[in-house]
Design a protein around this ligand. Structure first.
Ligand code: SAM
Length: 263
């Protein structure tokens, strides 16, 4: 028969275990409820990679950020006529077997065109912060039977992509809408393979007019350790493609020492 002191030890152990497990239990229940709500609203889109550095680790930046207003920039017919995809693919050297991330994929204008270019042994990771846009894109990808497209949800400060998984990341008409650009760029870098690069397409307008002035873009990318390796006005539009080499994880500055740029 257990003694009184053994009873007390058992009671204390039980209390300590409850304290340790209660938050896990609550988080699990909340997670299940959230997952059910998302499942009712549509199909759940997962994060593909780990959570990295929070936005609060970076200095506060104060330049305007455009609102998210649409999952697509311009009509597909007009964009096809201008062949922006062809120009971006050539300048970035995107080819068969590559894994390419389409950050801010929206309704997938670039995703569905890159899929046949990277081919069956390559992959397109389509990422966005809007689960509703991604659900539409998932349906589009299914309808087209594209087997090499993976769809992942991101956060405004973190695309949540797997480490070392990507050769090239593109951000097409999305940069001016990124609410936490320093954190997003910082957290994107580990997802790129060594020698990886990112291509940013945007209009030469102010951010609130849904563009990014090239001087602002260069300043912000340099602040996080990215090095500009190409800049190409795209024919058929008032847009440009800026290409940057991605810093290694250790080549990035400390988050709190990132220099804040003005528009
Ligand atoms: C104007 S749409 C462009 C969509 C597509 N890239 C295209 O060229 O048609 C901008 C997209 O960027 C997405 N976006 C905005 N902020 C983002 C962020 N922090 N991370 C990922 N995507 C973001 C929006 O949800 C939207 O789908």
């Amino acid at each position: 028969m257990p003694s009184r002191s053994e009873d007390r030890v058992a009671a204390l152990r039980h209390a300590a275990f409850s304290c340790a497990t209660a938050p896990i239990f609550v988080a699990t229940v909340l997670g299940t409820v959230l997952a059910s709500i998302l499942a009712i609203a549509g199909e759940e889109i997962p994060f593909l990679g780990p959570s990295r550095v929070p936005a609060s680790a970076f200095p506060k930046f104060d330049r305007p950020v455009a609102n998210i207003i649409s999952p697509i920039w311009g009509t597909e017919e007009e964009r096809d006529a201008a062949d922006g995809v062809g120009q971006v693919v050539r300048w970035l050297g995107i080819s068969s077997t590559m894994t390419v991330a389409d950050i801010g994929a929206g309704s997938g204008y670039y995703t569905v065109r890159l899929s046949p270019i990277v081919g069956p042994n390559g992959r397109v990771i389509a990422e966005d912060v809007r689960a509703d846009y991604l659900q539409g894109l998932r349906q589009r990808v299914r309808d087209l039977g594209l087997k090499n497209v993976v769809i992942g949800l991101g956060e405004p400060h973190d695309p949540r992509l797997p480490s070392g998984s990507i050769y090239v990341a593109i951000l097409v008409h999305a940069y001016h809408e990124i609410a936490q650009p320093y954190a997003l760029l910082y957290n994107l870098a580990p997802a790129l393979k060594s020698g990886g690069r990112i291509g940013i397409v945007d209009a030469t307008k102010k951010t609130l007019e849904h563009g990014t002035p090239p001087t602002l873009l260069r300043c912000e990318l340099a602040s996080v350790g990215y090095q500009e390796i190409g800049f190409h006005p795209l024919s058929g539009s008032d847009t440009y493609l800026a290409i940057f080499a991605t810093p290694s994880v250790s080549g990035r500055p400390e988050p709190e020492s990132v220099t804040v740029c003005k528009e």
